[in-house]
Design a protein around this ligand. Structure first.
Ligand SMILES: Cc1cc2nc3c(=O)[nH]c(=O)nc-3n(C[C@H](O)[C@H](O)[C@H](O)COP(=O)(O)OP(=O)(O)OC[C@H]3O[C@@H](n4cnc5c(N)ncnc54)[C@H](O)[C@@H]3O)c2cc1C
Length: 456
């Protein structure tokens, strides 16, 4: 056989996906729909057999990019059935008053969806294909770089074996073992940056008969400059509440080591939320504190053997609500590239890295910027005025002028392009601001020098 002709995957040498999280399950489904043999290795037990799974944020904001990728596998409507639309940011001020800042144009909204439900719908859809096999409690611990074969540890027995693969997709999250192997190869760029803030999840339980105790169709934010609280609604009437707070400093996790201190802090800054959290103390001290990390790397592929997708390729902080959406967009891009490149897996990897690098790095930076916007700028008058002007310009020139948030959240414009366009728009606004200022100054000056004659 001519070695230069790329080989199709077989039952003996299938495509392997490391990680059955959001990106891994959707990737497996896209590949399965093309008729490929796909094996997925996941270190955790099958969540579909478990009553409750603790862990990270239990709901996520799903928006246009994610929905677009779900539409590609025919699951958009099924997922939307179990989403709660959030039409805007509901700002909770220190004095207890609230103010709604709608997202985008009328009729545009983001969706609160349960992580576990979404993941399980994706796993079920992939599992429905005969040539797809999930292997749970099997952890990828390394990759044999000679041929891209993952080394897999059986979590029950501790045994490690090497599994043959035609091509390996590393979808094993922010602390990816697959990426860890690539980091040891030449010319692999890698940077990780921990935020000064961590997060902790709390719960506002449902009211009587599963009712929502706060506005259901909004993303709630308590912006407090250096820190903030947010809450997203769940279908059962509860809200998942997340505190983002510095590790150290005047207002920080380090100062909230006793029940009294934690309650006093919430009573001062989030009084209205505290009243709705009867299990506050237990949640606060039982739930883990999560770190927030940005990971940038490149390229995302390794020779003709491996491709990183999702958080394994680009972990971003959660403030733009784009980590999952970007991960889903990766799967959509792989599928689009396969249209013309299959079965040339090597070329697929190279093209993916080429197309995706700038966008992955752009959304990582934008996510950090949005932290500042959410925790502080949303309560700044100048910022809100600029937002209004931005919106009005979008109304007048819907194609030419699109606010950054709308480009990121309600469009499929590549992230890097969105950032560039927004920078240009900001420059125009700044210049226009100066022009208006100069015109006003000119009229005042004219009025003083020439008096009424000129003004008439
Ligand atoms: C607090 C918080 C809030 C967020 N909110 C949003 C939001 O509103 N909207 C949004 O779009 N994004 C959000 N995100 C980001 C989103 O959670 C991630 O971007 C998304 O989960 C990435 O999917 P993934 O499949 O790449 O990684 P993961 O979801 O982390 O899945 C990785 C999978 O791989 C498995 N795994 C790990 N290591 C191995 C191994 N060695 N071998 C085998 N399996 C392994 C894991 O068990 C897991 O199942 C949020 C993140 C956080 C932390």
């Amino acid at each position: 056989m001519n070695p230069s002709i790329p080989k199709e995957p077989t039952a003996e040498e299938p495509l392997i996906v490391a990680g059955a999280g959001l990106a891994g399950s959707l990737m497996a489904l896209y590949l399965a729909r093309r008729g490929y043999y796909v094996d997925i290795y996941e270190r955790r037990p099958d969540s579909r057999d478990a009553e409750f799974l603790g862990g990270r944020s239990i709901n996520l904001a799903l928006s246009t990019r994610g929905l677009n990728a779900l539409e590609g596998v025919g699951l958009k409507d099924k997922i939307l059935e179990k989403c709660i639309p959030m039409h805007g940011r509901l700002i909770h001020k220190m004095n207890g008053q609230t103010e709604l800042h709608p997202y985008g144009k009328e009729g545009q909204f983001i969706n609160s969806v349960e992580r576990r439900h979404l993941n399980e719908v994706l796993m079920n859809a992939a599992d429905a294909h005969d040539h797809v096999n999930f292997h749970f409690e099997k952890k990828v611990v390394n990759v044999a770089l000679a041929d891209g074969s993952p080394m897999v540890e059986d979590m029950q027995s501790g045994e490690i074996s090497t599994v043959k693969t035609r091509y390996l997709f590393g979808a094993d999250g922010a602390f990816s073992a697959v990426r860890g192997a690539l980091q040891k190869t030449g010319r692999f760029n890698y940077a990780q940056d921990y935020l000064s803030h961590a997060y902790k999840e709390l719960t506002i339980p449902a009211g009587p008969d599963g009712s929502w105790l706060m506005e259901k169709n909004a993303l709630h934010i308590w912006p407090r400059h250096d820190f903030m609280l947010i809450a997203l609604p769940n279908l059962d009437g509860s809200f998942t509440v997340t505190l983002f707070l510095a590790y150290e400093g005047e207002h920080s996790f380090s100062k909230l080591r006793s029940e009294g201190a934690a309650i006093a802090f919430f009573d001062t800054f989030f009084k209205d939320a505290l009243k709705l959290m009867p299990n506050f103390e237990k949640d606060f001290f039982d739930n883990p504190r999560g770190d927030l990390v940005t990971i940038k790397c490149s390229p995302f592929h390794y020779t003709d053997q491996v491709l990183l997708i999702g958080d394994a390729a680009h972990a971003v902080v959660p403030f733009y609500g784009q980590g999952m959406n970007a991960s889903f967009e990766d799967c959509f891009l792989v599928d689009r590239l396969l249209d013309s490149l299959a079965p040339d897996w090597g070329e697929l990897g190279r093209q993916f890295s080429k197309e995706r690098k700038a966008d992955a790095h752009a959304i990582a930076d934008l996510a950090i910027y949005n932290f500042l916007e959410m925790r502080s700028k949303v309560s700044n008058k100048n910022f809100l005025l600029k937002k209004k002007v931005d919106k009005q310009l979008h109304k007048w020139f819907p194609k030419k002028w699109i606010p950054l948030y709308s480009m990121v959240t309600f469009s499929n414009i590549p992230y890097a392009q969105a950032r560039e366009r927004a920078t240009r728009q900001d420059k125009i606004l700044r210049k226009a601001g100066w022009l208006i200022f100069l015109l006003i100054a000119f009229f005042f000056f004219s009025a003083i020098v020439f008096g009424r004659t000129f003004l008439l």
